[in-house]
Design a protein around this ligand. Sequence first.
Ligand code: V47
Ligand code: SF4
Length: 355
Amino acid sequence: MSGALAHKIASGGRITPAEALKLFESEDIFALGELAALAAKRKNGNKVFYIRNVHVNPTNICVNRCRFCAFSRSRGEAGAYELTNREIVRKLKKIRRKNEKAFDEVHIVGGLHPDWVFEHYLEMLEAIKENFPGVNIKGFTAVEADHMRKKSGLPLREVFRRLRDSGLDVMPGGGAEIFHPDVRNALCPEKLSGKDWLKVMKEAHNAGIKTNATMLYGHIENYGHRVAHLQSLRRLQDETDGFQAFIPLPYQPETEIGGRASSGIEDLKCIAVSRIFLDNFDHIKAYWVMLGEKLSQVALLFGADDLEGTVIEEKIAHSAGARTKYGLTEAELSRMIAKAGKKAVRRDSFYRRLV
Ligand code: V47
Ligand code: SF4
């Protein structure tokens, strides 16, 4: 990395896509980490956020069948499941009975069920809010929201209005994968295009719903695809300011397409370059379920300021070979953060501090 580029980053300048490419190509992981840590400090001081949350995957039946997804099934296939809304509430109540402080947020993400009508999703939100008042719901990727649009025949604006009225607070960032059509067509040809993913998120932001964004990396994409992906996100964020966090998702390779897991250095690079390039995103999240606990802790020194979360009962990454636990306790999370020399801040879905 050139001295001029390092100086630009250190003084808070916005880097170009060509410069981001240089950072991905750089072998100097320490310099990159130091600059990303500086950028993180500028945004969030010494704070690292975490949340007590539970992941609910209402069904794995999905019409898309993306090639990197080991979680999904077709209807009638062995291992296919669908939970009723009553079963979801029962599951959550069981978790709460064991630990009344188990979650402040319910994260809902699932397959695109061929038969579920829009009202089913609205009733899911209402049932959760009725039984757990005060809990935030981070629900449904842009891909699922677009599925609801098709199912209901309603314009996206109306889909989001109804989701919000039924209790949706914020949206997760899944389904973004890599926007570039060459990669997308090879990995998930049935999924809505990168352009449409961005369009759905723009509509969510316009409806007043904050969302996250992700990037699934470490499969067949190259650095150029990653930079173009980040550039699309930065551009939309300039327009709407509706994204809360960016989460790089390392590909878990026990899937139909196989391949190898990314290296630790590659994972740290991805966190660091995202932190530097996405200067209009407040938060970069280390997702320990996919990164692993130990590397996630190191990521806190390479630009990440958010550690998702207690994450009770995750299924998507574990179906694709993740060997991490099925949840961490709050004490384990705070210890990871403190041992990285950071100040742990418990948050809600809007990044408001909870005590
Ligand atoms: O949309 C599927 C990805 C996503 C694999 O917004 C895979 O706070 C790696 O988006 N290897 C779901 N990734 C997870 C997700 C997420 C997780 C935590 C927090 C947030 C947030 C969002 O997982 C899917 C897809 O992009 N995925 N298969 C795989 N083999
Ligand atoms: Fe379906 Fe999402 Fe899996 Fe793709 S990643 S097959 S859309 S559940």
